[in-house]
Design a binder for this molecule. Structure first.
Ligand SMILES: [Fe+2]
Ligand SMILES: [Fe+2]
Length: 258
């Protein structure tokens, strides 16, 4: 089983790049299933129903979200009903949507779990306890398990990787939008990367226009951050999991669009 996990899709440039190129990428890299983080699609924050349908239509199988969930104001019914989009599992119990889902590939089932970090982020329930709870709910139903750990601190992410090492197929980080150089297999067999990077404009500050972020930072000016446009890339990782729960290989994926 070959899984492509794409990091945060940012704005129109990221969305259009996924919609335009994903079908070819799937064929070229012999991908069986695609999971992507969609928290930044709608002008950099959130996701609309049209974008949800557009991404699934382009070849994404499961969408994850993150701390921009409160901006997803128009997709409550999709979150409630769809098996192909999840929100973080460590939100309050009454939060709309599910914190994990199961995707049937025909040859096996992939469980996808979304978790939010707590370091330098808004308070949420403990992601480590949430991971244990969800893994208990999944039981032995899944052949492979992917965790999208949407967190700020690399130490937090490394700790989650070690906590789940040997128990899940992959722990892959999102949220910071910059790929880290720690792609690999942990000692007990789980594929890991602190952050897989973003799908969007890299001539930017995490996807936003540099001059606007700079103006705000230097002058404390009330500036709106618009999504940048240049050097668009698709970033993520490909995990080759074979038929067993633990992966054979993980490699960085990057496609420069222009
Ligand atoms: Fe985020
Ligand atoms: Fe993000």
């Amino acid at each position: 089983m070959r899984l492509l996990f794409l990091g945060d899709i940012v704005g129109k440039p990221g969305y259009q790049a996924v919609c335009t190129y994903l079908a070819d990428v799937r064929v070229q890299h012999q991908i069986d299933v695609v999971v992507a983080n969609a928290e930044n699609v709608d002008n950099g924050s959130g996701l609309t129903a049209d974008q949800y349908h557009g991404l699934l239509g382009s070849g994404v199988d499961v969408l994850t979200l993150g701390d921009h969930l409160p901006r997803c104001t128009t997709i409550s019914s999709i979150l409630r009903e769809s098996q192909q989009i999840i929100r973080p599992a460590n939100l309050p119990p009454k939060a709309v949507g599910s914190g994990w889902t199961m995707f049937d590939l025909g040859v096996g089932k992939l469980a996808v779990i979304s978790l939010l970090g707590r370091v330098y982020m808004r308070p949420v329930d403990c992601p480590f306890h949430a991971a244990d709870r969800v893994l208990g709910e999944i039981g032995d139903q899944a052949d492979w398990i992917l965790v999208d750990f949407h967190a700020e601190a690399t130490g937090d992410k490394q700790l989650m990787g070690r906590y789940l090492d040997g128990r899940v197929t992959a722990v892959l980080g999102t949220h910071t939008h910059v790929p880290t150089a720690d792609t690999g297999i942990l000692p007990k067999g789980t594929a890991f990367q602190c952050d897989v990077g973003m799908c969007g404009p890299h001539e930017s500050i995490l996807g936003r226009k540099i001059d606007q972020v700079l103006k705000h930072t230097l002058r404390a000016a009330p500036v709106r951050f618009h999504v940048a446009s240049d050097d668009v890339r698709l970033c993520g990782v490909i995990v080759d999991a074979g038929s067993g729960k633990l992966p054979r290989e993980i490699e960085r994926f990057e496609k420069k669009i222009g």
